[in-house]
Structure formats: C-alpha cells, structure tokens
Write a protein that binds this ligand. Sequence first.
Ligand SMILES: *[C@@H]1O[C@H](CO)[C@@H](O)[C@H](O)[C@H]1NC(C)=O
Ligand SMILES: *[C@@H]1O[C@H](CO)[C@@H](O)[C@H](O)[C@H]1NC(C)=O
Length: 478
Amino acid sequence: MVRLLALSILALLVPSNAAPTTQPDVAYWFTQHIDHFGRNNELWEQHYMVNATYYKAGGPIFITTPGDNTLTSYHTSQTHLTRLAQEHNGLAVAIEQRYYGRSTPFPDLSAKSLEFMTADNMLEDIAAFIRVAKSSPSSVFPVEVEPHAPVVFAGSSFAANVAVWMRARYPDLVVGAWASSAFVNNHLENYRLEQSFGHQLNEIGCGAQFSQAVRELDDILLSGDQARIAKARELFGLPPVSPVGFASIASDLAMSETNDPVTVDGNPGVEAVCAHFDKNTPVLVSYANVAKAAIKKYEYSAVKLTSMGNYNRTERPTTLNQPYRVNNYISCTWFSNWMTAAPKNSGLDPYVSQLLNVDLYLEQCQMTFGEGDYVSNVDEFNKKWFYPLHTATNIFYTVGSVDIWRGNSVAPVTGNVINTNSGSHIEVIEGAAHAQDYDMESVTDILGVKRARHIGNKLVKKWLKRKHIRLEQLEQVE
Ligand SMILES: *[C@@H]1O[C@H](CO)[C@@H](O)[C@H](O)[C@H]1NC(C)=O
Ligand SMILES: *[C@@H]1O[C@H](CO)[C@@H](O)[C@H](O)[C@H]1NC(C)=O
C-alpha cells in the first residue's frame, strides 16, 4: 500500500499494490455530517464494505480503513483482517476515509472543501459508524449481528495510525488495535525516512555505494553547470526537468524499489537496487541504472516523468479522486513530516538529495492550497495525537526491521524505543519490509512475519476474552 505519512510531493511515483480483486464490490453507505463539531451540519454518504463469510452469531467486528486508497473488496477479503475474521468468527468491515474514493463530502477537493479534512473528523466518522454498529447493527450490516459486539481495529500504514488513534481515543468503542507500521511521532523534517531507507540498503549490501552516488549526483545538481546537469539527466534517462525534479524522481524511484515484501526467496530490493552496484561500474552509473530499470518496469513515459518533476506547475486541478492531493493537504495542515535529507552537519550519510528540503515542501503547500502557515502545528499535533499512545493499552504495534518507515515507528533503528506500557506489545519483525504482517499469508512468508501474526492473533483473542469477562462482571454487579 502507498504509505501516506511520509509522502513527498512526488510520492506518486510509489506504485500502489492494491491487488485487483475478483469479488463483487457491494457498496454500503453510511450517512455522516460534514463536520462533527457543529461547523457544518450538511450530510454526505460514506462508503463501506462488509465481508460476512466467516461471521457466526456472537462474533466480534473487525474494522479497517483503506487509508489513502480507494475502497475495494480487497480490503475486506484479501488482507489479514479477513483471517482475523475467520479465526474469531467475526465480521470484516472496511470504511473508506472521507475525501478518498467515493466518500466525498464535497464535489471537489479545493482547499475550501478540504477544510473539514481534520484528524478529529476522520476518526469521528468511524466512531459514529461504530456507535450505530453497536446500538443498531441491523441498520448497517447485511447479516444479523448482536448488539454491542466487540470491535477490533486493524490496519497497515496510514490505517495503522487510524487503528491506534481509534483505540487511544475511543477505548469504549474499540477493544484493541493491530497497527502494522504506525507512526508514533512527527517532525517538520522527516529525514528518519531517508535514514531507514539507508538502513535497508546497508542491510542488503549497497548502502555505502548508494550514499556515494547521492553525493556525486548532488555535486552535479548543485553545481549550476547546465551542461553537466543535462548530461546526468540523460544518464538517468529523464526528460528535461529541474534539478529538484531530477533529485526527487531519482529518490522516489530507488525508494519504491525497497518497499516490496521480503520473502523466503529474498529481498527484491537486492535485485532492483544493490545488484546494479558492482565494483566495475561507477556509482553514479549504477544509481542511473536503478532509475532506468524502474522507469522501464513501471512504464513511465517522458510526459509522465516531466509532470512528476514539475514542481512549478501552475495548474493544480481540484477535481475528485486525487488521493495525493488529500495526502498533501494532510501533510501541509496536520503534521508535515516532509521527506527531507538529513541536515548536512548531522554527520549522517545521505541517501536522498540535499535539494529535498523543507522549503521546497512548504512552497508546494502554498502553491497547492494557497497562502497559509504550514509549519507551526507539528508539536501540537504530536502532543495531541501521539502522547496519549504512551498510556493506551491493547495495541499491537508491528514494524519490519528493514521497513523504510521504521524511523518514526515505535522501534526506530537508533535512538530510544518509544515507551509504551505493558498493556501494549511491540513486535519488530526481523528481516521484513513494510507492513508485511498485514498481508494475507503466503507460502513465501518469512518466519518473522508468521511469528508476528501468531502473536497478534493471540493478543486479539485475549482482548476479546477480557471484554467478555468485563461485560459479564458488569452484568453481575447490576
Ligand atoms: C470474503 O472473503 C473471502 C476470503 O477471502 C472470500 O472468499 C469472499 O468472497 C469474500 N466475500 C466478499 C463479499 O468479499
Ligand atoms: C520554479 O521556478 C522558478 C523560476 O523559474 C525557479 O527559480 C525555482 O527554482 C523553481 N522551483 C522549483 C522547485 O523548481
């Protein structure tokens, strides 16, 4: 899945791997308020789907969201959510997030319309659904579900954040959360992503060479020497784009290649990235070969690459179905977390260009959503949304040891593991890339992934049992 929380403006290069599905997509709709806090009481319809194949009377409800993807039955029938439903006789439900896919409070994605894309509203949408699912299940589900069925929230990437927030904020509605690769802190400049990418490259054997290639490319890009820059551009197989466009396309191409699942057959990043770095090839040529191979693999045309590298475009359509526009709005107005290079004086090896700096991203916010202060709220956001996680219980956090989003997770490569209490569990999945435990099982799964799922399944059982005990005790008291 595309990872929302670390997007660069050009993150559209990372291809979505939402698998095509053969299931009939039966759409259900839930009526929501545009604003849950009284600023706009108009209504809109939120899209959700249900898989009741494994549901047995008395079973729990497993809920997810496709995050920044459009909802399809993939989300209810082909992820680990489906297995959880199977194992616990539960119902699998996926709720599309506001402003994505067919869940559109407004007919466009203008900054004015996006004003109600707040974290509070996004979560309250789901809470409103759960309240009705508990009090009046027959009004939202196609099968008979008992009132007050316990709800477990599960998800990967952005949906993992939704999961932890749902549990932390609405402990009475959600008994536990399975969070595959959630962020637990944000920064204005998120060079932890760059560094986790470097960590993976080091693990698979070409970190030092890649970093050297980035330095050499920056030497050229920052030289101002048009002839040298044009020559490098040709080497990378790119059409005329600005130095910034060049830098970000090159990074995004290489990064997308380290995002695929690691299996018993190996890490696909080795072939896509490290295999290009051999002793006889200059590092810059190797980096160019990584980019060229990716362009070929994803079939990016010159027109497409030109538009991806165009940071100065004046045309910014506000039409629906532009998930990246919504993602950018979230980054610009919630928490930043811009994918930048580490500061030059940090002593850290570079894995992306120095040209990818915070000014670039802030300028993009202004150009896309108009004048505004897009910096000031990072600390506030962390306080409001991440501090409460330290005391939240019944959260199962997973993160792959070579996940390139590991740097902002509960278990970054270096530095402190963020404290969680004993009521939550952290599993670092040895050898795994991004959010692999949330995928449907496969014969090529590595051991760590199987182990994580096993632990998670046991925890879910515990959460569900406890809930039942508590309910019975309550009844006795009454
Ligand atoms: C529910 O999931 C199962 C398992 O993947 C699948 O066979 C079934 O078709 C799904 N049903 C719906 C309605 O998506
Ligand atoms: C946008 O265009 C201006 C003027 O040509 C230029 O100075 C600036 O560097 C460009 N910005 C980016 C990000 O390409």
